[in-house]
Design a protein around this ligand. Sequence first.
Ligand SMILES: [Zn+2]
Length: 174
Amino acid sequence: MKKTIVEDCLMLDVNKLNKDRLFHKGQAWRGTVEWSGGSSIGYEGHPDHDGRYDLLIILSYRFQEEDIKIPVPIVSTPCHVGGKRFWFLCPGARCLRRVGKLYKPLDRRLFLCRHCHDLSYESRQSWDSRCEANILGDALEIAGILDPRSGSTPKQQFRQASRVLRYLFKKGMK
Ligand SMILES: [Zn+2]
């Protein structure tokens, strides 16, 4: 079965949530995140008084008639250039991976990391076919077929095209 791809999910980016540097203020706040498709969720930020995390973000939204509230811990690591870099701890059962992004496929309940949802990138799935297309384009160009400046005669073009086809055929045999 084809995997769900990252590009088909609602995505939360820890750096975008922190764009107003709210994570540094140490006080509670509320916000909303909206996506271009019309989906939106609310969230509240809270300092973590237990001190285990830097803070907790509580995501709240409706999914299939159910009100969902999930706490997502936020932690930080120091940056080389000074300051802090923030991370979500994935709220998936037994996951707690430190990630910059959480995803929710439209048909699933929770925002989790890429691993928990077993997501892949569209660019990775289509890599092989794009690669083939590039090879074909390069081969045709090398043969002068796509390049009008090559000035090849029809007979030369025919020979070049045969060469390209033989090349592609050999590649396909591997
Ligand atoms: Zn996870």
